[in-house]
Design a protein. Structure first.
Length: 223
């Protein structure tokens, strides 16, 4: 089992996705476990405040270090009780290391516990990364409102790499995702006076030609 520990001030935004479909079944079958930790609970003040103004000015607010460090220590202590545990800490930024399927496979092979810090506001105090060494990861060259979506991406992609999580049909789906073009019924789609046909090669049953077509379609990016 791989255990994911999601640090977020909005667990209610993450939980529904994690509990649905393939990820929900993966938790039920004990292939993965997902736990949530709200740093506001360890804020150290009666307001649950976990942000403050950045030094040297600038727009927005920054997540303060202490609540995150207390939360990470709490998680680390709970993991330490388990034998042979290996931890990876991650948080997210557009400038970070690109997250890929190969990256996900590596995480699944090497670690038992993955801690995902879902930052908010303008980011987290850099000293958190200096104290709890980990990876700064990017799911793409764009800015999101928070780290919750990247955290869900990591859990989803990693879970799919765990043997037994995907059924046979879903495993086949994983293999064919290289093709950007997929078709289903009807064979001829009529839309606003025009006819759009399924490529003939997909109708013939020649698997070699179909694979060649998919490879070509992948190279064109579906264009």
């Amino acid at each position: 089992m791989i255990r994911f520990h999601v640090v977020t001030i909005f667990p209610e935004a993450v939980r529904p996705y994690m509990d649905a479909s393939i990820l929900g079944r993966a938790q039920e079958s004990k292939h993965i476990a997902v736990s949530y930790y709200d740093p506001r609970e360890l804020a150290g003040n009666k307001w649950g405040k976990v942000d403050d103004r950045p030094y040297a000015g600038g727009p927005g607010m920054v997540m303060t270090a202490e609540p995150l460090l207390r939360t990470l220590e709490k998680i680390a202590k709970s993991i330490a009780k388990k034998k042979n545990s290996k931890i990876k800490v991650m948080h997210f930024a557009p400038s970070g290391k690109q997250f890929t399927n190969e990256y996900a496979k590596g995480l699944v092979k090497k670690y038992t516990d993955i801690i995902l810090i879902a930052g908010r506001y303008e980011g987290i105090d850099a000293r958190v990364h200096k104290i709890f060494k980990g990876d700064i990861v990017s799911v793409g060259p764009f800015v999101l409102t928070g780290g919750e979506v990247p955290a869900m991406v990591v859990v989803d992609a990693c879970a799919r790499q765990i043997e037994g999580v995907l059924g046979k049909l879903e495993s086949l789906e994983e293999e064919r995702t290289a093709s950007p073009e997929m078709y289903t019924r009807p064979e001829v789609l009529e839309w606003k006076g025009k006819k759009y046909r399924v490529p003939k090669v997909l109708l013939g049953g020649d698997h070699k030609k179909i694979e060649e077509w998919r490879a070509k379609a992948q190279g064109k990016g579906g264009k």
